[in-house]
Design a protein around this ligand. Structure first.
Ligand code: AMP
Ligand code: GLY
Length: 430
């Protein structure tokens, strides 16, 4: 690889801090800009103010700063077509084009795609906004609960409802119909069979033709211990996930990943970038719960430290369609990430609490910032998910213990975290 690639990374969460931290290790990195970034990414490169929803402005920035590669962290710019826009201007971008990002941007598209290419997933039906009465009739005819209602489009994790009764279905149909925040996402509705099993996710890097599994992880979506309470963006993750045995991973590769990558080629939407495959491991094998067109957050925070490859090289090889020349190297250890959140999250919470203890974590653990802000010499809270503490171990138990030992060194008013990250994995290995 030639030297000194200037990179613009888009995003501001823990995922982007983890990507920036890993890119920074590349000997071929020139200047790394992060838009808008956070106090953690500021330790890896230059945070810049840039309206990343304004694509012409992004092009202007790339030209002014001789950017060689743009890396897009979150889904919204991808689904809105940032890759197509920048590529037309001759700028290399790591991430899927708009048509390929539909795998996350439209659940209807994803479901129809999976049926067409024989990718195992839950049975489903689709209704448009003016067919909500038909949707109810459909649910009544099934008379099988729980049943899952999903808004078709992006809804920041707030468009999926698992309903235990007809009453709840009626209530949620009303939410989907009337909640102004869901209007765009819920112009179509997907109703899905409920899949019983344990969830895990597999992260694939693909250049459209060749692909590799980077690694796997398990997220903890609910706010409370024992997977109780409201859904969140993710309260912690660990990697690898023991539920994904070698046999199961082989099935995921053959029945899901190969069919997905080939299917997207046949659709003339070759998938380039990170494909997040959210799985339910059922008694009949792996089934897809969802596709995402980006890294997971906090799953990225446990995968980046495990990956031994040069991430910049992987990303450049992806944009140049040379992934077949590389193989993925992992360090073989476990990682566990505990998310520290603001009290009240995922509902209303206060910001501006001073964070202490950041310098007291040991050298082997990593703190990735998310909702934080620099305030003079202090770092203060500035979001729902505030910090990610990542521990390492040669066993899952060691990684979990290591993460929690360091969690206890960090303080801010109203700091909340789950105390059981990794519990399902531990149950399987012990
Ligand atoms: P999604 O945004 O489609 O991933 O859905 C969010 C979460 O809802 C998933 O991570 C699962 O925990 C749950 N979920 C979604 N679809 C199903 C399903 N068909 N069966 C069981 N759980 C589901
Ligand atoms: N942690 C779940 C997600 O990134 O979608």
């Amino acid at each position: 690889m030639d030297t000194n690639y200037n990179v613009l990374l888009i995003g501001s969460g823990g995922r982007e801090h983890a990507i920036a931290w890993k890119l920074k290790k590349s000997p071929n990195l020139g200047t790394l800009y992060i838009a808008p970034g956070n106090p953690g990414t500021a330790q890896c490169g230059l945070n810049v103010k840039l309206d990343t929803g304004d694509f012409p402005k992004v092009v202007e920035f790339c030209k002014d700063h001789s950017i060689d590669l743009v890396v897009v962290g979150p889904e919204v710019p991808l689904v809105n077509g940032i890759v197509d826009f920048l590529e037309k201007e001759g700028i290399a971008v790591f991430g899927p084009q708009k048509k390929a990002a539909l795998l996350e941007g439209s659940k209807q598209f994803a479901k129809e795609f999976m049926v067409k290419y024989d990718v195992p997933t839950a049975d489903y039906a689709v209704f448009s906004a003016d067919e909500f009465d038909d949707a109810l009739t459909f649910v009544q005819s099934k008379d099988s609960y729980p049943i899952v209602l999903k808004a078709d489009g992006l809804a920041a994790g707030k468009g999926v409802f698992i309903c235990d009764s007809e009453e709840e279905v009626k209530k949620r149909l009303n939410t989907l119909k009337h909640d102004s925040k869901l209007q765009d996402a819920a112009s179509k509705l997907v109703i899905e069979e409920f899949m019983e099993g344990e969830e895990a996710s597999v992260f694939v890097i693909s250049d459209g033709h060749s692909s590799h599994i980077l690694h796997n992880a398990q997220d903890h979506k609910r706010i409370g211990d024992g997977d109780t309470g409201l859904n969140t963006g993710g309260m912690g993750a660990y990697s690898p996930a023991p539920v994904l045995t070698d046999d199961m991973l082989e099935r995921v590769k053959v029945e899901i990943i190969e069919r997905t990558i080939t299917g997207m080629q046949l659709e003339e939407s070759a998938y380039q970038g990170i494909l997040y495959v959210g799985l339910m491991i059922t008694e009949n094998g792996p089934k897809v719960v969802e596709y995402n067109c980006r890294f997971g957050d906090p799953e990225c925070q446990v995968i980046m430290p495990t990956l031994e490859n040069d991430l910049l090289n992987l990303m450049i090889s992806t944009t140049e369609q040379r992934l077949d020349e590389l193989s993925i190297q992992l360090d073989g250890d476990y990682r566990c990430c505990v998310v520290l959140a603001s009290e009240g999250y995922p509902g209303a919470y206060e910001k501006g609490k001073t964070i202490t203890g950041l310098n007291e974590v040991d050298d082997e653990s990593i703190v990735f910032h998310a909702g934080t802000k620099q305030d003079g010499d202090d770092v203060i809270t500035n979001g729902g998910r505030v910090l990610n503490i990542v521990g390492r171990g040669s066993t899952l138990k060691q990684a979990i213990d290591h993460a929690y030992k360091n969690v206890k060194k960090i303080h801010f008013d109203g700091c909340y975290y789950r105390t059981d990250i990794g519990h399902k994995g531990l149950d399987r290995v012990s």
